[in-house]
Design a protein around this ligand. Structure first.
Ligand code: NAD
Length: 279
């Protein structure tokens, strides 16, 4: 398996990304991103809403890895939707990350409280800014997050440039098949956030059994299963040994029969976040 995916515009993206949600700003984020880069991650998943982008920026600088070798994603938060506010929020994110371009920028959620009654229009206006920034070379790829088919349709009908990525919650017990199928059909790469169900997978008996069978860990079985589905997992850990473990999934193959067992797993929890009723 290639260790990159290729987006619909030809851009290459590392097949596993490093998550930064719920890592407190300051030394903890700085340290964990630096450790992740040292462990071999080249793709970092950030968001303005995580309030730690300045610390990520410091870690990127300190890593000594050249900008071209890194793939940096950020997301536009809900209360910044609209053309002007998107432009402003984008500049703040770039400033905080100490970068002069982003590899990928996503609309974080389809519906924001402030624009609940005209969310389609809010997304269209936001998307115009995304398209302009993309055409100016300030963003290498543009996409969305947590969009289901009924959120994607109105955006795509009016888009000059189609979204290239949809980042959604995806893990054993939470497969979002309709969204995955619709996204793939329209050439969006699906990224899996919460791929380990924020820790919810580790007690599952079927996953533990498969981990023993393949002589891998439950995390590795799960991440490998996600990759074999053609999705891009974004695991998060602040522990260096786990960061390495989560990257070390390219030397084995799960059989179709065993993948089907994971497809049927049910009791791993889920975040509870609903894209239609977030606030
Ligand atoms: P996750 O599913 O990656 O689980 C993380 C937790 O699992 C960690 O806190 C750690 O305790 C544990 N863990 C990680 N590796 C392990 C290992 N090898 N062995 C044992 N335990 C291990 O959780 P997440 O942080 O919710 O999601 C990952 C990333 O996805 C986030 O950091 C963020 O970048 C992104 N995300 C995006 C959205 C969105 O709306 N787009 C929402 C949530 C998260």
């Amino acid at each position: 398996m290639s260790i990159y995916y290729t987006l619909s515009n030809g851009l290459k993206i590392p097949a596993i990304g490093f998550g930064t949600y719920r890592t407190p700003p300051g030394l903890e984020t700085e340290q964990s991103v630096l450790e992740a880069i040292h462990a071999g991650y080249r793709s970092i998943d950030c968001a303005a809403a995580y309030k730690n982008e300045s610390s990520v920026g410091i870690a990127i600088k300190k890593s000594g890895i050249s900008r071209e070798q890194l793939f940096i994603t950020s997301k536009l938060w809900n209360d910044e939707k609209g053309y002007q506010s998107t432009m402003k929020a984008f500049e703040k994110t770039l400033h905080d990350l100490q970068l002069d371009y982003l590899d990928l920028y996503l609309i974080h959620w389809p519906i924001a409280k402030a624009s609940k009654n005209n969310w389609q229009e809010a997304n269209r206006e936001t998307w115009k800014a995304f398209e302009e920034l993309y055409e100016a070379g300030k963003i290498k790829a543009i996409g969305v997050s947590n969009f289901r088919q009924h959120h994607l349709e109105p955006l795509m009908e009016n888009a000059k440039i189609q979204p290239m990525v949809n980042q959604i919650e995806f893990h054993p017990g939470f497969l979002q098949e309709e969204t995955v199928n619709y996204s793939k059909k329209h050439n969006l790469l699906v990224e899996a956030w919460g791929p380990l169900s924020n820790g919810g997978i580790f007690q599952n008996a079927a996953l533990i059994e498969l981990a023993e069978k393949y002589q891998k860990t439950v995390a590795q079985i799960t991440l490998r299963w996600i990759l074999q589905k053609g999705l891009l997992p974004l695991p998060k850990s602040v522990t260096p040994s786990r960061m390495k473990e989560n990257l070390n999934v390219f030397d084995f193959e799960i059989s179709p029969e065993d993948s089907a067992i994971i497809d049927r797993v049910t009791d791993c929890g889920y975040s509870g976040f609903d894209p239609d009723n977030l606030d």
